[in-house]
Design a protein around this ligand. Sequence first.
Ligand SMILES: [Ca+2]
Ligand SMILES: [Ca+2]
Ligand SMILES: [Ca+2]
Ligand SMILES: [Ca+2]
Length: 421
Amino acid sequence: MSRARIAAFLASLALAPVAPGVVQPAAAATTFTVPGGPIRPGQAVEFRATVSCAAPVVCSWTAGDGASLADGGVFAHQYAALGTYPVTLTVDPDPGTSGDETSETENVSVVANRAPTGTIRVVPSLPVAGQQVQLAVDAADPDGDAITYAWDVDENGTTDSGGPTAAFTQPFAGVRTVRVTLNDAFGGSTLAAQVVRVTAFPFAAFGAAPAAPVAGDLVTFTSTSQDPDGPLTEQLWDLDGDAVFGDAAGPIAQRAFPAAGVYPVALRVRDADGVASFAFRDVPVTAPAAGPVAAAQTTAAPAATRATRIRPFPVLTIAGGFNRRGARFTRFVVDAPAAARVGVTCAGRGCPFTRRTFRPGRIPALERRRLRPGTRITVRVTQPGFIGKYTSIVVRRGQVPRRTDRCLRPGSTKASACPAS
Ligand SMILES: [Ca+2]
Ligand SMILES: [Ca+2]
Ligand SMILES: [Ca+2]
Ligand SMILES: [Ca+2]
């Protein structure tokens, strides 16, 4: 670059226009200070003398908009309108002597206030009904002013809370608009709004037919699952109790069970938002009516010394939703003979109890509460003199709770393998 071009380039830098809104620092006055930062209409500002204004010295001020102060070291003022104003301090060291006054003038600019701006963040971005929704606004004021916040999270037009964060819980699916008003101290105000859609867990359930299958019968499972706020996009079955879903897909599945026993069958459904629920249901399968040969064999067995299972053997029906944050049962039912007792332990955050005994039937204490991943529930159904049922259910992150089924020897609380039939 030639010397002339460099000179021209440097000159262009020196003449670069100032971006609008950028406040140029005032030239340093020698006898008084002006406030730093932008001055807005209505803003309280102070000009302070840096020389002594103690008697007999008289410091007099004019603000440039007609306002003045006869004597004082500090001139407090508010400008009403935009503009550039000459502020003058006149220092008279001896009012008895004329001609000894000195004065200095500095220009101050009163600029338009700019309102704060902000964007609302929603966590989680797609909340599920009943889940607490956290709101936070990323707000800034272009003038650097302090911001105050007024939230309306329930669409009723009244302020619910202040501060940069807020929260709400909506027990049902739907759409709501949350709003926060951002104010600075100079009349700048912005309304930030965000539409939040709350989805619902789908409801998972299924029936089995025939209701009392015999070994070898083909059992048909029919899903009655649905989603309150949209279609289901996936229905997968675990028909063999290995906790792997996909043995069948869709609303109907079929399987024949070769031998008598109680078989856990599970269904996992997902809605259009990817929100998932599950249903567990035990299928009790009985042995076919014994023919003459089988009857003879049964008679030959030492029946008096061999423990038998609780009859009918207990059946669990459990359903709920699950996600990364854990699981929530909507139905927890243990069907068993009236003489049986249901011992339940629960270990983990969210458990309503650690150990309790129930009569057979629905256990509402385990329903409608969020259980964190890792929570373990054990169910022991016992009846004196009979082989009982043991089931453990472990809540997992983002997966159907893991279920394990065993038996309980009479008088024992330790799970063991179930005897054949
Ligand atoms: Ca402002
Ligand atoms: Ca409100
Ligand atoms: Ca849904
Ligand atoms: Ca399976």
